[in-house]
Design a binder for this molecule. Sequence first.
Ligand SMILES: [Zn+2]
Length: 181
Amino acid sequence: MLADYHCIDCTVQKFKQPLAINLDIDENGIGMEIEDSEGNYVSPLFNTDEWYELDKFYVTENPKQILSCGTCHKKIDSYTYQNYNGWANKETWNTNLRTITDRPLYHQVYNLLGNKTTGSRTTGDFAECLKMFLWERWKGRTPEGDSLKNVDWLEIAMVWQEDNKEYLIELDNIYMECLKK
Ligand SMILES: [Zn+2]
């Protein structure tokens, strides 16, 4: 849970304490641990504070985040989520690039999209398959030497499925036809 942030001006104005009764104060004369009327910890924003949201799904939808003062609503700080060419990180970007540019690898990954007994795979199942397949094939590192530990397999799986939508529908149709016989 985020602390309730206030700009320096508002913090000074609302919470300044007489010097005599508070020994533990910062350079603005503000006591270091002050609660507001609702019992929330009140703090001006420090340069080192990481106030922004880092949840991947949230920041992908809302890459630009703004922090406003809890009192005057003036903008205090903003943060823009940095990613790698639109991917979660360099390892994910590189792994995906390999799967689409290395021709033999492309065909193998393409085959993993489907499952002989159920038609197309679910996204989670395909991501898991892709992970096991590439860990085994690359022994834990991309050909460029990046560890596969940080790869976001679901992100790659989602893009692959999106790019091969028609093929997946066809796979499911064939499977449905087989069930009828
Ligand atoms: Zn303010």
